[in-house]
Design a protein around this ligand. Structure first.
Ligand code: MF3
Ligand code: CO
Length: 263
């Protein structure tokens, strides 16, 4: 899909309210899902729960049926990526076990607008290196949010993420990126999680970006599984993924997919 070069839309007040509502659904359902990431649950159980929650709220999945050029249509409402899987894990009969790292990626459309968010959860006793991997991935997203605001150049996001991740000896995945979000799940621009600072367009109040660092404990190389969706680390190392839908405000930015509006 080509998002490069096109204009970045600035949302109206009304559109922002719709994005706020869609993003709130995402945050609330994701929180409920997190509580259900326990040993013995299957990844399909989580998808079922998410599908029921979507229906109960009268909203629509952003993911199910999504079919970028050349790919089969995505068959579920949730992406569940376990351990060495980075993103786009298709829910299955796989059981979650103690010590797993489980990444949930979830999006809904309501009132014509999308919200998109991801979180990685440690299950039970997880080794110290994995805990640090999660922490640094999440911190890299927070670091990006600290620099985001009106007048700031777009590439400062990727630079903030990459700097935080690499100073800790971890790697940033380059095959996938964050994105603008609004009436479409993926709007211009692409937002890589790496790069030099001070490049690209300046952010303006009313722009909304989905920023989503994907971080690995080993090499950043990616392999795509036979289902054509699941992206895993080529070297089998563990991976983490955090994502928020973030509004640029007059003074900085606001996370739309968090319950507190902060993290
Ligand atoms: N957060 C992911 C992304 O922006 C979610 C897409 S999952 C898909 O690419 F199933 F819709 F592809
Ligand atoms: Co996304």
């Amino acid at each position: 899909m080509r998002l490069g070069g096109e204009r970045i839309r600035v949302k109206t007040r009304g559109e922002i309210e719709a994005m706020r509502a869609a993003s709130r659904h995402v945050a609330e359902i994701l929180q409920e899902l997190c509580e259900r990431v326990v040993p013995g649950a299957t990844t399909a159980d989580l998808d079922d729960y998410a599908a029921r929650a979507i229906e109960a709220r009268g909203v629509t999945s952003s993911f199910k049926g999504y079919d970028p050029e050349g790919l089969p249509s995505y068959p579920a409402v949730l992406c569940v990526s376990v351990n060495d899987e980075i993103v786009h894990g298709i829910p299955s009969s796989r059981e979650i076990g103690d010590g797993d790292l489980v990444s949930l990626d979830f999006g809904v459309e309501s009132g014509g607008f999308h919200g998109d968010s991801a979180v990685t959860i440690p299950v039970g006793e997880v080794d110290a290196e994995c805990v640090r991997l999660l922490q640094i991935c999440q911190e890299s997203l927070h670091g990006a949010m600290e620099v985001m605001g009106p007048g700031v150049r777009l590439s400062d996001i990727g630079h903030a993420v990459q700097s935080r991740v690499e100073e800790e000896g971890f790697s940033v995945v380059r095959d996938f990126a964050g994105h603008g979000i609004g009436r479409a799940l993926h709007e211009p621009p692409w937002i890589p999680n790496f790069g030099r600072p001070g490049r690209g367009p300046r952010m303006l109040p009313g722009m909304v970006f989905a920023v989503e660092p994907m971080v690995t404990a080993g090499s950043p190389e990616v392999t795509i599984r036979e289902d054509e969706w699941t992206a895993a680390t080529a070297d089998g190392s563990m991976a983490a993924h955090f994502e928020h839908t973030i509004l640029i405000t007059e003074h900085g930015c606001e996370t739309l997919t968090s319950i507190s509006g902060v993290h």
